[in-house]
Write a protein that binds this ligand. Structure first.
Ligand SMILES: C[S@@+](CC[C@H](N)C(=O)[O-])C[C@H]1O[C@@H](n2cnc3c(N)ncnc32)[C@H](O)[C@@H]1O
Length: 306
């Protein structure tokens, strides 16, 4: 068990592997205490159009990643997916139901579901509700989506005796501020958190980043100080940054090597810490390799994802 460093961030260790998270062989069995991640939303029109050949290929990836997560997560610990159903070509795909089924079939228990609700009018996706305003008649109703699901899975059951065996310094550093829980209603199944707006921060531009507040709640609720948090779909590096700020170590996998500088800046902004970056051959290289209209991340990912 880790000892408490003088400041929270100092002394935490972080590793980023550029490669496909369907294979996380760098991680030993039962080496991860918590997973927080937001898998790509199938062929999300803004972020990943045409990335997967079809929905089955996408579910195949989730299934492979679920197997890897089951291998690397310690007994009793938690995996959080920030995910939601996705509208593609006018059809809503039941990603939440399918991801839950896959995780349960892999062996995880379905522990909880929190609805993350964004402020009204902050939608990144098109305002579909305008249709019924233009045509105020039956059958023109399409609601704007201002929510995402935080699916919480657990590998077996947590042995609460372990908490009593922890060093008092670790317990003190892991203590959750009950004022924050009450004030911001963490105790409910609905969390009102402002989403990251596309224009807010260049480090998150073009990435469907989740807010630091969301990751922060999950890190505090499901990991102890000094433990290790994994994000297999690291994106801009939010999970690792927040883990560092809260005195946790992290590992992240990211397919897109062009995010290296942004991930580096984001994690480093947490303070003094140790950061290792590795690149595997199955990562997707990037700008400069494009020879047609298809962005390289999507074109190359098609091969890399299978
Ligand atoms: C929704 S974004 C994650 C955003 C992240 N939560 C943040 O706050 O920045 C999903 C990320 O997964 C990456 N990705 C997609 N498929 C992947 C794979 N098979 N292995 C690793 N990363 C992948 C994408 O390049 C993208 O950056």
């Amino acid at each position: 068990m880790a000892t408490v460093a003088s400041t929270t961030t100092a002394g935490t260790r972080h590793k980023v592997v550029f490669g496909n998270c369907r294979d996380m062989h760098e991680l030993a069995r039962e080496s991860i205490d918590l997973v927080i991640t937001s898998p790509p939303y199938y062929n999300a029109p803004f972020d990943y159009p045409g990335m997967y050949r079809d929905y089955d290929e996408y579910l195949g990836l989730l299934s492979r990643v679920a197997d890897e997560l089951y291998r690397v997560v310690r007994d009793g610990r938690i995996v959080c997916f920030v995910i939601d159903d996705m509208l593609v070509d006018g059809e809503k795909l039941p990603i939440v139901a399918d991801a839950t089924k896959i995780m349960r079939e892999t062996g995880f228990r379905y522990r909880d579901r929190i609805m993350w609700v964004k402020p009204k009018g902050y939608s990144r996706i098109s305002r579909r509700s305008g249709v019924v305003i233009q045509h105020p008649y039956p059958m023109y109703f399409y609601p704007d989506n201002i929510q995402e699901s935080i699916l919480i899975f657990q590998k077996g059951r947590f042995d609460y005796k372990k908490v009593r065996e922890l060093d008092q310094t670790i317990l003190d550093a892991s203590r959750i501020d009950s004022h924050a829980i009450n004030q911001n209603e963490w105790n409910l199944t609905v969390w009102q958190i402002t989403n990251v707006l596309p224009t807010n921060n260049p480090l998150e531009k073009g990435i469907a980043a989740f807010p630091e507040e969301l990751a922060s709640r999950l890190v505090q609720l499901f990991s102890f100080y000094g433990e290790t948090v994994l994000d297999p779909f690291l994106g801009s590096g939010t999970t690792s940054k927040v883990a560092a700020q809260l005195g946790r170590n992290s590992v992240g996998y990211e397919l897109n090597f062009s995010l290296k500088e942004r991930i580096f800046s984001k994690i480093s902004s947490a303070g003094r810490l140790e950061l290792k970056i590795e690149r595997r051959l199955d990562s997707v290289a990037h700008a400069g390799e494009s020879d047609d209209e298809v962005p390289p991340i999507q074109k190359r990912a098609r091969q890399s994802l299978r």
